[in-house]
Ligand binder design. Structure first.
Ligand code: NG1
Ligand code: ZN
Length: 534
């Protein structure tokens, strides 16, 4: 009898000489060499679903902010979390099997290792961004899922956070933790309804221009807008860079990564002084804000700013609801957070700050230890998570005054507005708008909370980035020998200096970050450290 697993591996052979790795963002590389990886991810997703008794597992086909010719794939756990680490390792091993027979043998080996009955029903939920290669790669995933005898559910185009949302909804349906209706209208209804409640009648001043990176966020935001309150009662949104008909324009001269990296607005931007603008990335899980002041100076309000804004607002709501004795709020950052942001959270907001290695899963893990954990990477990835005990305490809490009730109602609405399955640029954007409306702030007031230290991020190509080993949440190098000492010496030479180097998890390079009291010192420090690691 034919072996369907070997058959599907034969249909999508692995190109020779390529070593794949399930990295911080799943598999990500040139789309033309991903067919075999996609089919094998279909197999792994089916096995993972069976290992969890048939729960739905998500497969997202995207390469986020990467160039249009790239693509990638990540798997999503039942509640919307990132794939369990053990299964990342299995995925890597599966992707690198040489022959169809090896693939089939490894498939059976995994089943044996985890006591998986291959006759158990399995469910795999798939979404993709708008890249030209998406349709072909989807068919490869479907081939893998079907070969494994699992049932696929293809949602077509979705933002990454929408796919996480669908997965969580499907797995919590008909339970007391039901997260929502697992459809696109269900998503728009849930978040627009929470947005209305969270606004609590407050007016939003001015409009918001949203750059969608010419990615999937464009059409999805246009759809979401239809569910939001009319602009005179809510928010006027202008959707720009939403051309998904021309997939080669994805992330080109626009999007959150362009704005954060270049520290300037997309060249196509026509916004005027003090107009609120924001950018999503190619799969709408990253968000950064910015504006031009009356002197035409560009100001970035990045992930650190979103974290500080949201932490300050939620902290106030907890206090004003009468919950501050029992609920502790904290912020989780990575070493890329601006030193001024860390300082502001500790000194002004009087909240704790944890620092973790790069990658959302590390931040998520640290935030999960807090009652309310606000976590954002400086580049705009992030969300807020509430522990089960916190949700229960908030639900049970009896307000002692109308003012307490008002704050409590807004707090509850914010919990519903924040996508609990993963960081979501669209939901984060609505949250920022709510906070600005309550504080009656424009971008200037938001910017005035603290002054960012000038900083520089450089990419250094080295002969072998795997030689670079770090400790202390990536802030210090332990290998190669002696390098950290040289970096420390350079840091000493500038005012308010801080610098570190680490191997990128998504690109073949070492990243150098430096900040200091002035732009010249920050640039100089970055250059010197880059020379040291080269
Ligand atoms: P690497 O390439 O490991 O630095 C980048 C981002 C991360 C995270 C991942 C996943 C920076 C400095 N690094 O990781 O924050 O977003 O991609 O997409 O922005
Ligand atoms: Zn992304």
């Amino acid at each position: 009898m034919a072996d369907p697993i070997a058959e599907v591996a034969k249909k999508h052979p692995a190109p020779e000489g390529i070593v794949y790795a399930y990295g911080t963002a799943g598999f990500r590389t040139k789309a033309e060499v991903l067919d075999s990886v996609m089919a094998r991810c279909g197999l792994i997703a089916a096995l993972r679903s069976r290992a969890l008794g048939g729960k739905s597992i998500g497969v997202m086909i995207t390469a986020s902010h990467n160039p249009p010719e790239d693509n990638g794939v990540k798997l999503v756990e039942p509640l919307g979390n990132m794939l369990a680490e053990e299964w990342e390792v299995l995925s890597t091993e599966m992707a690198n099997k040489a022959t169809p027979e090896d693939v089939s043998a490894f498939y059976r080996e995994i089943a044996e290792r985890f006591n998986i009955k291959l006759s158990t029903p399995a469910h795999v939920v798939i979404g993709r961004d708008t890249r030209a290669s998406g349709a072909r790669l989807l068919s490869c995933v479907l081939d893998g899922v079907k070969a494994a005898g699992a049932e696929p559910k293809d949602y077509g185009f979705l933002t990454t956070p929408q796919l996480h949302y669908m997965v969580r909804c499907l797995n919590t349906q008909d339970t007391s933790d039901a997260y929502g209706t697992p459809t696109e209208p269900g998503y728009y209804e849930k978040f627009s309804e929470a947005f209305k409640r969270a606004l609590g009648g407050k007016k939003i001043s001015g409009s918001l221009t949203v750059d969608c990176a010419n990615g999937v966020g464009g059409p999805k935001l246009t759809e979401l807008v239809k569910y939001l309150p009319p602009k005179d009662q809510g928010l006027e949104i202008f959707v720009v860079n939403d051309n998904v008909i021309k997939p080669e324009s994805l992330n080109v001269e626009c999007g959150a990564d362009f704005v954060k990296t270049n520290q300037r607005a997309p060249p196509s931007s026509k916004s005027g002084p003090n107009d609120r603008c924001c950018s999503l990335d190619g799969d709408a899980d990253r968000l950064v804000y910015y504006f031009k002041d009356s002197n035409n100076m560009f100001h970035l309000l990045d992930g650190d700013r979103i974290a500080t804004l949201v932490a300050s607002f939620l902290g106030d709501l907890v206090r004003h609801s009468g919950l501050s004795d029992i609920l502790k709020l904290g912020v989780v950052q990575t070493a890329y957070a601006n030193g001024a942001a860390t300082n502001y959270v500790e000194q002004n907001l009087k909240l704790t700050v944890d620092c973790t290695p790069t990658g959302v899963k590390h931040l998520h893990h640290a935030a999960a230890k807090l009652d309310i954990g606000v976590y954002f990477e400086a580049n705009g990835h992030g969300t807020v998570i509430f522990s089960a005990a916190t949700l229960e305490a908030i639900a049970k809490h009896e307000p002692r005054s109308p003012a307490q009730k008002e704050s409590l109602d807004v707090l509850k609405a914010c919990i519903d507005l924040i996508n609990q399955s993963v960081g979501d640029a669209l939901s984060d954007m609505l949250l920022v708008e709510v906070v600005l409306a309550h504080k009656n702030w424009g971008p200037q007031e938001w910017l005035a909370t603290y002054n960012d230290l000038p900083n520089r991020l450089l990419k250094v190509v080295v002969s072998d980035r795997n030689q670079f080993k770090t400790t202390d949440a990536e802030r210090k190098l332990v290998k190669p020998d002696g390098i950290q000492k040289q970096i420390d010496a350079e840091v000493q030479k500038v005012r308010q200096g801080r610098s570190f180097a680490r191997a990128s998890g998504t690109e073949d390079a070492v990243r150098v970050y430096a900040e200091a009291a002035t732009r010249a010192e920050a640039d100089d420090l970055a250059r010197k450290v880059a020379e040291i690691v080269k």
